[in-house]
Design a binder for this molecule. Sequence first.
Ligand code: DX5
Ligand code: ZN
Length: 217
Amino acid sequence: MREIKIAPSILASDFAKLGEEVRAIDQAGADYIHIDVMDGHFVPNLSFGPPIIKCIRQHTDKVFDVHLMIEPAQPYLEDYAAAGADLITVHAEADKHLDRSLQVIRGLGKKAGVSLNPSTPENVIEYVLDNVDLILVMSVNPGFGGQSFIPSALDKIRNIRAMIGDRDIELQVDGGVNMASAKDVIEAGASVLVAGSAVFNKPDYAQAINELRCAAN
Ligand code: DX5
Ligand code: ZN
């Protein structure tokens, strides 16, 4: 059984005490800190950008997993790297030159991820598989936390797991992941679960993270 990583999404945290929330999920056993960047253009919501990421960088040494829901992303990659991102994920739909963006991210010394909206077929990443460290399957339409898991994501996860073969690529799933959906998501082949409301809406973050990690059993 592959090791499952949990990436709590701070989009669901209390922004008024962001530093404290980040320290709390660090201590609760989060593997990655999932950071949702939204531009009000690629997605119908706004969140935050590099200055806030730079501020919370001082609160944890955990991997900063930055999910860019912005179009275009390429002009800003350097800013996110400088703000403290360890892993930068761009959306295939938001980038005319995906291969170049992935090369830019790796050239900045960061891990490169590519994300697919629910309606985007997996074949768009066929020719960049050797240039990515992470593939993010969206299981909701990006923009908001707290939405319901879209079941067709499971077939896509299975197909991408087969495409990955023996490459060293993480397969991340984001949106509506909770105790009810986590087992299916892991069985389909995911290795990293993003969870916003399933962690931050619980009183005990450590228990919530642990339950998700053990969902496969
Ligand atoms: C949605 C974001 C997600 C979101 C997940 O656009 O990419 O990371 O925070 O939230 P939940 O886990 O509540 O669906
Ligand atoms: Zn996300």
